[in-house]
Ligand binder design. Sequence first.
Ligand code: AMP
Length: 357
Amino acid sequence: MPRQLFRRIVSYKPKHFAKVTTVPELRHLRRKALLAQRSVGFVPTMGALHQGHLALIRQAAKENDQVYVSIYVNPTQFGVNEDLSSYPRTWPEDRVKLQALIAEFSTNNQLGQIAAVFMPSTKEMYPSAPPTSEIDGQGSFVTITPLSARLEGASRPVFFRGVATVCMKLLNIVQPERVYFGQKDIQQTFVVKRMVQDFHLDTEVRVGSTVREADGLAMSSRNVYLGERRRAVALVLLNSFKEVQQVFARGARKRRYLYNAAMDKLLSVQKQQEALPKGKRALFEVDYISIADPDTLDELEEVTVERGAILSGAIKMLPIEDSQEGEETGLGGGKSTVRLIDNIRLDLLSAKVGYIP
Ligand code: AMP
């Protein structure tokens, strides 16, 4: 049915969502929605829900009759040495947050409702073979190149293969009118848009703004690993972007000036931390800083005022050394490296007022 024919039908709103674990059950619900001419907006997540996820669900409820949320920690996007087994899984808390959203949506007739939460097992999602995280492992995968090999993909070679594969599966199962992703994972939005275009998937990719903590740190399910000490230093990435905004506002357009502004900030904070005693410092490594075209994500040699750029980066917060008596070290005791990513849209208007878009 053509998308335009869908109209908003929100008069009856159930107070509970269906928790669905199998593909046939989900398809059954989806088919009922289709026959009842209810539009479906889909928000894929890995759970450990925070305000970033909830904002996407709110956006989906504004634009659709029904919202389907998936919670699935997808093994194929984790590298062999990454944190798959320790990734936070918080279903009891997630359920409470989803129930609160249901109550919130039920008071407003302009909003759709959360109709289904899809929580499949890995056997359900990867029916024919145990999924592999090996780079040359066998299996049915979707690869989107060269986009997937750059930036995040350079550090995490199987990451976007896993993301594209699981999104293809989920989109085939849910077949939503619209699917929602956060700008925080900007490269992921490019990869998914490219996949939707190249494989003729009949869905519209919608991107919601990055939701931040009060001090500006981008919300992430992984922030719970940081602990107080690393949390205080973690803002350095966003602060390095602010330096770039300032030199851009003062007229710098060439890559090397913009790039150096970010790196100077990162390296000076790195030095400050290195000079501190082990029990006080939080060391980090810079993974990359990218200044890229807003449409293609190709690296730019020069940023024009008309087009602006996507300024993105990643740092690795290294394990806490010499943790102190009574120190709040975060989930896992500060022992694991925590990789943080962020990005902003670099344009003159926001640069002039230091706004983080
Ligand atoms: P995840 O559970 O980390 O896979 O994220 C699920 C979705 O939420 C992805 O589309 C993310 O980009 C999005 N998301 C994660 N953190 C944020 C945030 N701070 N603001 C907006 N969206 C986010």
